[in-house]
Design a protein around this ligand. Structure first.
Ligand code: ACO
Length: 448
């Protein structure tokens, strides 16, 4: 099997959002903290009509329709999500409704959960399945769906919501370079959801930032050594055209790329430009721990890597800045932004991806793109993603209305016996939404 990877993609995000600038003022934060400090523009959220199940129903239905895929042609369906609606029943089982209707119940796969990493685990499962001896010739389908909401406080502006669907098979325009994968997984309490009565996580914000950067370093080192083993030469930033990161908020992505640049400098000073080398030299004796705490290093490395950030990272930042953290979908929404901005020039380009899920699990992996053939071509994927139109069709909520919505959702979380407003005026046709939850906690959805 040649070129196993992503054949097709679609994205869905709720039409409702708040401006970070307005939220900043409402929260009494200093001006610029959310927009410049965190680097975020807007944040999408689900109203009472939508949740991770409805978003995944919407995005899967849309993908199958837009690429004209017969639902009988799906042999494996994997979902990545960390938004718990049911402790036993997988989101995947709700999605089976789409396939049952066409007589296809022969679909392997269930949900994968570990914070923002579940989508990558689901993706690897599908790619590995297609590459394995149990593959039956049909497509794999991966869905990443999450609603990221935080309790009142400093983490609240780092929420978001959305779902991504990806069709997996051979001869893909977005194949994996499976040989180069670097993984780092350990036990840590940086972000977790121990309170099953609440949708909100417990988060140690500062620790989660450091864990993210430490995981990035470990994955990059392993990724580089695998590359070197197979290629017989050193890997550096210049060997990839783009870097796509899991994006809780943009500032962390800026810091992450700078960190890769610093890694290159440490491993091989000659791989970075002379001016940068001189500026980074004073930091070369820091211990690992010191280097995560050094504000000076952070600033200096961001500054010397800025021109490369603009070239290799900035094109993937649009959707994460506009939507916020979509947890499992976040890195793939960043990748979708890259397709949106650069689809016509991505042939033969290497894209390095960094997936991080607190707790923690992380992997760096690589994709080598090619134009592909309709309907599985980069240009058609870009047309289906239709990023600009989807962003334009959104409706801004005031921070007051956003907070009011969150209060209602707190009340509804884990509840039974209620009906929703069914006011679907903001949803576009084809969107699934929740109508009611009955006395047995059974949830009912319908399509606008
Ligand atoms: N203008 C410009 N910048 C400002 C302003 C201002 N008025 N005020 C603050 N800033 C900057 C700060 O200097 C800082 O930037 P820096 O790190 O480059 O110095 C940034 O804004 C954030 O300010 P902090 O005071 O560090 O923010 P705070 O501690 O209040 O919260 C945090 C930030 C920790 C990210 C919080 O939002 C959080 O906990 N989020 C959830 C956890 C998370 O997303 N972790 C990431 C990995 S895990 C995951 O994906 C869930």
């Amino acid at each position: 099997r040649k070129d196993v990877g992503i054949l097709a993609m679609d994205i869905y995000f709720p039409p409702t959002f708040v401006q970070q600038e307005a939220l900043e003022a409402y929260d009494g934060a200093s001006k610029g903290k959310y927009t410049i400090g965190l680097g975020q523009d807007c944040m999408a959220f689900c109203t009472e009509l939508e949740d991770v199940i409805s978003m995944s129903l919407t995005v899967v239905t849309s993908l199958l329709e837009k690429y004209q895929i017969d639902p009988k042609q799906i042999g494996r369906l994997e979902v990545g999500s960390e938004s718990v609606i049911d402790k036993s029943k997988s989101v995947k089982t709700w999605l089976m409704q789409i396939f049952e209707e066409f007589g296809n119940t022969d679909v392997e796969g269930v949900d994968s959960t570990n914070a923002c990493y579940g989508g990558t685990a689901a993706l690897f499962n599908c790619v590995n399945w297609v590459e394995s001896s149990s593959w039956d010739g049909r497509y794999g389908l991966v869905v990443c769906t999450d609603s990221a909401v935080y309790a009142k406080g400093p983490a609240r502006p780092t929420g978001g919501a959305g779902a991504i669907a990806m069709l997996i098979g051979p001869n893909a325009p977005i194949p994996f370079e499976s040989k180069y994968r670097g993984t780092h997984m350990i036990h840590v309490y940086d972000f977790y959801k121990p309170n099953l009565a609440s949708e909100y996580p417990v988060v140690d914000g500062k620790l989660s930032q450091t864990c993210y950067l430490m995981a990035l370093d470990s994955c990059y080192k392993r990724f580089c050594s695998k590359y070197e083993k197979f290629e017989g030469k050193q890997f550096s930033i210049s060997d990839a055209d783009y870097f796509v990161f899991h994006s809780p908020y943009n500032k962390l992505v800026q810091k992450s790329f700078a960190r890769l640049y610093f890694n290159d400098f440490l491993r091989s000073p000659s791989s970075v430009e002379k001016g940068a080398r001189e500026k980074l030299e004073p930091f070369s004796t820091l211990t690992g721990d010191e280097s995560y705490q050094s504000r000076e290093l952070e600033k200096t490395s961001q500054q010397v890597a800025k021109h490369l950030y603009d070239e290799k990272v900035q094109p993937s930042t649009l959707l994460p800045k506009q939507i916020g953290n979509m947890y499992t979908a976040s890195i793939y929404a960043a990748f979708a932004s890259l397709l949106h901005n650069k689809h016509s020039t991505l042939g033969n380009q290497r894209v390095v991806m960094f997936s991080y899920g607190s707790g923690l699990s992380s992997t760096m992996f690589s994709l080598k793109l090619q134009e592909g053939q309709h309907p599985f071509s980069l240009s058609n994927i870009n047309a289906v993603l239709n990023v600009s139109e989807k962003l334009k069709a959104r409706h801004e909520f005031t921070p007051e209305k956003f907070v009011e919505t969150l209060k209602l959702m707190e009340h509804r979380y884990g509840a039974k016996d209620f009906v929703t407003s069914k006011d679907t005026s903001l949803l576009s046709p084809g969107t699934f939404y929740l109508t009611n939850v009955d006395y047995m906690y059974r949830r009912y959805y319908t399509k606008k």
